[in-house]
Ligand binder design. Structure first.
Ligand code: FAD
Length: 410
């Protein structure tokens, strides 16, 4: 009599976002029997939403610059990026039949721009690797014996006892897409969630708000607390949003928390030095009968929104003398008074602290349970840094869990 073949080890992945799906792909490719549990009726909702405005997968800048984009968590994220760098993510995307391109800003997108073709191809690969996906199934925590408590939409509960578990529950922004941070109550070591990549409030005058909400400001440089970034911003009814503002958001948020305000400085002509701009304005003085707006538009090439912003900051009667005007154009103060709510932020700061995890992202107090993606305590600006870190940490926990199961590396 021959004994029946041993069943493969089992892995549960909770959360079907990019981090969880990547972990599931690696675990199943390595021979584990994988079940993904997702509370929503369908998978990857935030990934699909990210694709609405153009899915910025990663960034093509040199690795050292890239790895420095994660603020205080940069040292913790770095090994995962080294093991799964932006070039690997691009290759993986191509492997799913999705061509990519790098924009002039260095940002990398799928040619389709949307996330849906990528997600469709990815789900087909997971199905081919026999991954089971159970939607409408919420993880509630652990039972007394360390089993996973799972609840279906109809309220029925079951316990699963996989050999390894991957938690990839996401952060706390855009809760209607499934990630609401409710899991935080199950852990002791969670940094409070805060809005990241969120807009900031500005007390615009009614006239300015009505006229310019929706107008872009680009290219501009934004400075706060000794740090300056190039980028763009969009004037909104409530204030300002956009990549340039997001890049400074940890420091702006901290200042607003401490003092109730943050004085952002906007340079409307970052490609020109103040002396050069002064020279250019001096060479084209205001003509008799010319309105200040026409002069600013023609001599300084300022858009109506930029002229409006200058007036909002410096008063209606702007100087038309070259030197003082150039200085104003290169330094427009905008007072930020609040941060937009977490529910409207692109991502969240805070989450499960790295001190709760080993170097392989396994929970220190629960062996065999790993965590990945935005649920970890790191933050980064938009530019592809968010998804890259989610994919990279998802890949890392997939590989670490394979090692723990004694399965070969993939
Ligand atoms: C509007 C918008 C635009 C964005 N654009 C970009 C972009 O262009 N580039 C970029 O890099 N990033 C972008 N992001 C951010 C990016 O989408 C996220 O950082 C990323 O999706 C996080 O991946 P994740 O796998 O960690 O978590 P998520 O994608 O949030 O997935 C977590 C999953 O876990 C599930 N879940 C949570 N709790 C439970 C539970 N208890 N039981 C079962 N399931 C549970 C959730 O339903 C969810 O499906 C954007 C985000 C938004 C909102």
């Amino acid at each position: 009599m021959t004994s029946p073949p041993a069943l493969p080890p089992t892995a549960a992945v909770i959360g079907a976002g990019p981090a969880g799906l990547m972990a599931a792909e690696i675990l199943s490719a390595g021979g584990a029997s994988v079940t993904i549990y997702e509370r929503m009726p369908s998978v990857g909702r935030k990934l699909l939403m990210a694709g609405r405005g153009g899915l910025n997968l990663t960034h093509g800048e040199p690795f050292e610059a890239f790895a420095g984009r994660y603020g205080e968590a940069a040292d913790r994220i770095r090994p995962f990026l080294e093991a799964f760098p932006p070039t690997a993510l691009v290759e993986w995307t191509h492997g799913l039949g999705q061509e990519t391109f790098t924009g002039s800003s260095g940002r990398v997108f799928p040619k389709a721009m949307k996330a849906s073709p990528l997600l469709r191809a990815w789900l087909a690969r997971l199905a081919a690797q026999d991954v089971t996906i159970r939607t409408r199934t919420s993880w509630l925590g652990w039972d007394a014996d360390g089993g996973l408590r799972l609840q279906a939409d109809d309220g029925s509960e079951e316990i699963a006892r996989p050999d390894v578990t991957i938690l990839a529950l996401g952060g706390a922004s855009w809760p209607r897409l499934g990630s609401d941070g409710a899991w935080a109550g199950l852990f002791d070591d969670v940094a409070p969630f805060r809005p990241a990549n969120a807009g900031f409030d500005v007390a615009w005058s009614d006239v300015f708000r009505e006229r310019f909400a929706g107008a872009p400001l680009k290219p501009i440089a934004l400075a706060f607390d000794g740090r300056s970034v190039r980028g763009e911003a969009v004037i909104t009814r409530y204030g300002l949003e956009g990549g340039g503002v997001y890049a400074l958001s940890p420091a702006l948020r901290a200042a607003i928390d401490a003092r109730g305000r943050a004085a952002l400085e906007i340079d409307l002509r970052p490609d020109e030095t103040a002396p050069r701009l002064t020279g250019r304005l001096a060479a084209r003085p205001r003509k008799p009968g010319e309105t200040a707006s026409t002069y600013l538009r023609k001599a300084a090439h300022l858009s109506p929104a930029e002229i409006g912003l200058l007036r909002e900051a410096h008063g209606v009667d702007l100087p038309v003398v070259a030197g003082p005007l150039a200085r104003l154009i290169k330094c427009v103060p905008v007072i930020l008074t609040g941060v937009q709510p977490l529910a409207r932020a692109i991502s969240s700061a805070g989450g499960l602290r790295f001190s709760a995890l080993g170097d392989d992202l396994m929970l220190r107090d629960r062996s065999g349970v790993f965590a990945a993606g935005e649920m970890l305590d790191w933050e980064a600006a938009t530019g592809g840094y968010l998804l890259q870190a989610c994919f990279a940490t998802g890949a890392a926990v997939g590989r670490a869990a394979l090692r723990r199961l004694g399965l070969p590396a993939v």
